[in-house]
Ligand binder design. Sequence first.
Ligand code: HBI
Ligand code: FE
Length: 301
Amino acid sequence: MKKFPFEMNMDITADQAAFFKTLAEKSDSGTLRGDYASADAQYVVAQNWAAYTPEQHALWRKLYQRQARLVPGRACDIFIDSLAGLDAAERIPQFDRISETLYKATRWQLAAVPGLVPDQTFFEHLAKRRFPVTVWLREPHEFDYIVEPDVFHDFFGHVPLLFNPVFADHLQEYGKGGLKALSLDGLKFLARLYWYTVEFGLIESPQGLRVYGAGILSSGGEIEHCMKSAQPHRIRFDVERVMRTLYKIDSYQETYFVIRDFHQLFDDTAPDFTPIYQRLKTLEALPADSLLPGEVNLSTT
Ligand code: HBI
Ligand code: FE
């Protein structure tokens, strides 16, 4: 039986206690998937790379091959270029080695974690330019769908973008903004921003729309769906609109928000969100499939 930190001799904050309580209630097993027993106060663990089995490396290779075939013409250039430099096609990467390369590029590093970590901890890592990457890999029967993020989602989906200096700076600012949002009761608004950008964002390119969101890039189905399907809306990114919009975690997205470039993401999310949170608290949230008057559905080509 896995142990939560509150069962061990470890001081945890109210935020952390609430985190484990809600996640324990949400999952069938009553426990999170990862092994939190050896985590330190920042939830960092050793990756223990030598313990991955040949079968796990083989499953990684299959996941990687399927996704790598899907990204040309769909993922943004920085993703494709960075991925190629990571040498991660054959086996689960060693985080320490990647951290060295990444640090030289944008002064970011990876932090090995047992799985989901409390919001505050997550934001603290980002604010210090450390990206939390889950150490465990899904099982073969979960090839197409997992409930909690695993090493394939976290690494394949998120790490390549960290090589872009503007995106890298944005994510650090997001972490600082997250810590601030906790004190302003604005977390749900900021979580929507993360969802519709870092996880499911699209970006313009001279060749048409491209994907930069990790939730799409690590998904076998959504990468095609978000580019080709006539169903979802694809509308211009607007901070307040995004923060007002509900999202679904168990289906393809009904709306994708499109940024012009990573400078837009950085610039538009730089201002103090305090007045925005205040305004949003007085408004109804919008359903995930809303299209408001004046909003234009963009073509993907
Ligand atoms: N923990 N490991 C991990 N990865 C996440 O993406 C993550 C998390 N904890 C909290 C969290 N995300 C949310 O707070 C943000 O998505 C808003
Ligand atoms: Fe993610």
